[in-house]
Write a protein that binds this ligand. Sequence first.
Ligand code: KIV
Ligand code: ZN
Length: 420
Amino acid sequence: PVFMSKAREFATAAAPASATLEKQKLIVFDTTLRDGEQSPGVTLTTEEKIEIAKQLSRLGVDVCEAGFPIASPGDFEAVQKIAKEVGPIIGNRKSGKPMRIAGLARAVQPDIARCFEAVKHAPLHRIHTFLATSDIHLKYKLKISRAECIQRAKAAVAFAKSIGCHDIEFSTEDAGRSDRVFLTEVLAEVIAAGATTLNIPDTVGYNVPEEYGAMIKYLAQNTEGADKVVWSTHCHNDLGLATANSLSGIVNGARQVECTINGIGERAGNTSLEEVIMTLHTHSKYYPVYHDIDTTQIYMTSQLVTKKSGMVIQPNKAIVGANAFAHESGIHQDGVLKHKETYEIIQPQTIGLPSNSLVLGKLSGRNAFRQRIDQILGTNSMYAEKLSANPQAFELLFASFKKLADVKKGGLNEQDLYAL
Ligand code: KIV
Ligand code: ZN
């Protein structure tokens, strides 16, 4: 209830302010090829990664995290090839700049050096280094003190800078469960050492939108040197809140969002790129940002990642699920046939899908049934002649359709209609 009342407050109070403010660029950082590949069971070959990276570039992604170069020779090779082959492409990108290629590295010198070896071939490149900051990670995983954590973080960024990298991202792993005052101490040190982007991960998907947004705001207001860097969100979806948390981060000052196509990633996945972008598209007046994503490439990118990763999208997944633009109930079908906006908040063409689909099932009405029959059998066919000669024939056909739809799971396909 508290969140709902805050949300209403936001909807009424924040909208006009954001609508009148000059919009700032939102950097879209895609980690499909790194965090996305960490999904259980997903392994991509170098060729598949290159193909996906090319499509991400077409989509207009600003930063592509291509992998974790120290993790394996294969990952190193993939990141390096992407840096060389995809890094220079500009094509029709709205930004007019090529995609920046990033690699992940733990906060230790061998990782950072290996990462730089892989990404440096791209005209725009980035080292993304990280260290956990929550007490639970420091005590049980790293077995180090807070003071040592600060030392390691600072040294990692300073080393990345010393080898010639000028675009350095630092992530405070498990920030969502870290002490905020301690975070400001770590972050101030890494800014002084040369970090240019500060990423605040909710690694275990623990936060709720108010909490995550408040954390971004607090850090951006209380960290020394905060105005010299870009603040970034990185949310996981364990409570199904990754998209809401990322948007809350944006409202509270983040200007980079980290996400994956179809929301793939460890456990319940990461923030889904298509959900964030289409929310910004649909509700632009609430958000003080613009982006350079070509939304008409979303569906194609989603299909490519599905095929290459083998991770099937749930049919009711927002934006890209098979049912996202499908209507089955008679009332809804009748509505969209009369006017699309009755039950569609996004035109399917906006994401590159040629049309919506009216699924014929037991809840479908006459209007949709007739439209599909006309489409399938043609208005100039033997069946069409029969139907126009005898209006009762249509009613008989519709009655048989309802009987069949009652017993057939998954809706009726074209063969069923021919059979009828
Ligand atoms: O979820 C996480 O904390 C990460 C970091 C490595 C950025 O993926
Ligand atoms: Zn992550």
